[in-house]
Design a protein around this ligand. Structure first.
Ligand SMILES: Nc1ncnc2c1ncn2[C@@H]1O[C@H](COP(=O)(O)OP(=O)(O)OP(=O)(O)O)[C@@H](O)[C@H]1O
Length: 618
């Protein structure tokens, strides 16, 4: 990561900011840009008014004094009015630009069709830097405009000084060390920030853990509060030390710059006063020089501040542009799109291999498998066998790194990714707890029908959660999530059932994935869910392929096809009976599970045995 904003990135950033401001609010943006030079020129106009006033007073020139008074009054009124209006407009515009860019960042993170950017450390590093500097994004356009104002103020002051004596141009050169020192300092601070982004990210993660309701139980049981706080403190020191040192160096360089400028400033005053004493300059010139020299100090300080502000803003915009470029590069060029997939075909994996980005070894190797339309396929295997990875490929959250997956003979990569996802539903083991009203949290599984009450009630019923609305104070309208006013928390199993309901909302999907959808439920409930989905698949005329991932072999024994994954390859596949006859890994593990189950057989297991299809359908 470079600590420099290259001229190309700076230009692109400026174009981005101007474009965003004029897109967010064109009229306000035009006014803000238009008022900046007016505000910038006020100081110089005031100095001119003063000069004319003194010269007219010395010459007892009444009309001259009136004109000077009008200039002074005009500069005061216009200056105050323009500065107040410009500040109000700029603040409001900053908020609008911030909102627009925030939305673009959200789009960049969640709008990418694949998931790999979430696991790419440089992407996460830039995202953290952008998060830490996000406020600069909103104010970046303001920084640009303020720089314009500061430049006009500085330029007009220098031009007037030169009108008194051309040598005063030197003051401009003497201001440069301060400006360069501030620029260099900002770069050093940026470099320190970028060099410590990894511990900063970890510190942020610790903070989130300490404040998250999800971690609250373990933090207390294991007494981790002090440990987490201690690590957070240590990381802060790791992050803060280099940054503070860079800031101290910046202060030193900038002070040295001011010493140089101060010497020049004193020299200029000496020159004009001695010239006036020799009669080579008017009293007005002395007043003008004193006023302008004072303003020059202010405008150099302003310019330094504004340049630092702009550099920080451009740096934040640079992170944004990097993320945007990365996001665009990750959108694979779509080959000529196949027409949207029609239901009723088989999904076929042909020698599919897959490795996560930067991983040393592939997770799936040469997997060939046919998932028949309208059937239920169970994927079983030990932890880390590659089950979830396989279903992620089916959902096109990643594309295979070798081989291909076809549907009805067409490579999935040939379908527009959105048209494929429109026909897929899924309930993942790390499902989302969407803290909306129950109606929306479940209905969002089929966005066009999010408000369709009968559809949501039907889906809740089919997910085995028909009782849930009755248990909540406002039924389907109950706000979920305890942190919201009037919000209700649910048990892990109830949240999971809502995730399951979402996966039922879409009608006639091509593929329904249930990746350990019952991890929070007891085996009887898991079996009930599996049977519900199996019966629904059998009754469906749409040919939906149902893929069920589970650790519990007993749950899935009635699946049409059972696939045993082992170390990223298919070890065995077939029906329960076929696999038991083979007496291989499946049979061994099944017997092991059954033995454990017999030994720990709880009372509710009778209900599991008595589950039949009618009780589920009815
Ligand atoms: N995002 C990722 N980046 C890198 N490696 C990953 C990622 N996700 C999973 N893996 C690795 O891929 C392998 C297979 O993981 P996967 O989640 O597919 O297994 P699984 O069979 O579903 O396991 P479990 O039953 O524990 O859920 C594991 O070794 C895991 O460490």
């Amino acid at each position: 990561m470079s600590d420099r904003t290259s001229p190309r990135v700076a230009l692109r950033s400026i174009a981005l900011l101007v474009g965003a401001a004029f897109k967010a609010d064109p009229r306000r943006a035009a006014l803000v840009v238009g008022l900046a030079p007016v505000v910038g020129a006020v100081a110089a106009a005031t100095a001119v008014g003063l000069q004319r006033m003194v010269d007219a007073a010395v010459a007892a020139d009444l009309p001259g004094m009136i004109i000077a008074a009008l200039i002074l009054a005009g500069a005061l009124v216009v200056g105050q009015f323009a500065a107040t209006v410009a500040a109000d407009l700029r603040i409001r515009l900053q908020q609008r630009v911030g909102l627009l860019l925030d939305q673009r960042i959200m789009e960049m993170c969640s709008g990418l069709p694949h998931l790999d950017h979430h696991e790419y450390p440089p992407y996460q590093d830039r995202l953290e830097l952008l998060r830490a500097n996000r406020t600069w994004l909103g104010s970046a356009f303001g920084a640009l405009v303020e720089n314009l104002r500061a430049l006009v103020a500085f330029g007009s002051t220098v031009a007037l000084l030169m009108s008194v004596r051309a040598e005063f141009l030197l003051l401009l050169l003497l201001a440069l060390p301060t400006v360069f020192a501030a620029r260099r300092g900002e770069r050093a601070v940026a470099g320190a920030e970028e060099a410590t982004v990894a511990p900063a990210r970890l510190r942020q993660a610790l903070f989130t853990t300490a404040c998250s309701p999800g971690a609250a139980k373990e933090l207390r049981v294991y007494g981790l509060q002090e440990e987490i706080a201690g690590r957070h403190r240590a990381l802060w020191q790791q992050v803060d030390g280099p940054r503070r040192r860079a800031e101290a160096r910046t202060a030193l360089w900038t002070s040295a710059g001011w010493v140089v400028f101060g010497a020049g400033f004193a020299g200029a005053l000496y020159l004009v006063v001695t010239a006036a004493l020799r009669g080579q300059a008017s009293a007005g010139d002395v007043v003008l020089t004193v006023a302008l020299a004072g303003q020059l100090t202010g405008s150099v300080a302003g310019l330094v501040q504004m340049l630092t502000w702009m550099q920080q803003a451009l740096r934040a915009t640079g992170y944004y542009l990097w993320l945007d470029d990365h996001a665009k590069a990750r959108i694979r060029p779509q080959r000529e799109c196949a027409p949207p997939p029609a239901a009723g075909a088989d999904l076929v994996l042909e020698n599919v291999s897959f490795g996560y980005p930067d991983a040393a070894r592939p997770v799936l190797r040469e997997v060939s498998l046919r998932l028949p339309a309208g059937r239920t396929v169970a994927i079983v295997g030990e932890n880390g066998a590659g089950k979830t990875t396989l279903v992620k490929l089916l959902c096109r959250l990643y594309d295979p790194t070798g081989g291909r997956i076809t549907y009805g003979g067409t490579d999935l990569a040939d379908y527009d990714v959105r048209s494929w996802r429109d026909r897929v539903t899924a309930c993942f083991q790390d499902f989302c707890r969407l803290e909306f009203p129950l109606q929306e949290s479940a209905g969002i599984g089929d966005l066009p029908r999010i408000d369709d009450e009968p559809a949501v009630l039907d889906a809740l019923d089919r997910a085995g959660a028909s009782a849930l609305p009755g248990l909540l104070p406002h039924g389907l309208r109950t706000q979920l999530g305890p942190t919201f006013p009037g919000g209700t928390d649910l048990s892990g199993g109830q949240w999971q059932k809502i995730a399951l309901t979402r996966s039922i909302m879409r009608e006639a999907p091509i593929l329904r994935v249930l990746d350990e959808p019952a991890a929070s439920l007891d085996p009887a409930s898991e079996y009930e869910i599996f049977r519900r989905f199996q019966l629904a698949a059998a009754e469906s005329t749409h040919g939906t392929v149902t893929v069920f991932v589970s650790h519990r072999f007993a749950t899935v024994r009635t699946a049409d096809l059972i696939v045993v994954l082992d170390g990223g390859t298919i070890r065995e596949s077939g029906s329960h009976e076929e696999l038991m006859d083979q007496d291989g890994l499946y049979a061994t593990l099944y017997r092991l599970h059954a033995k454990g189950y017999e030994e720990t057989r709880p009372s509710w297991s009778d209900s599991l045995d008595s589950l039949d299809d009618e009780s589920l359908v009815g």
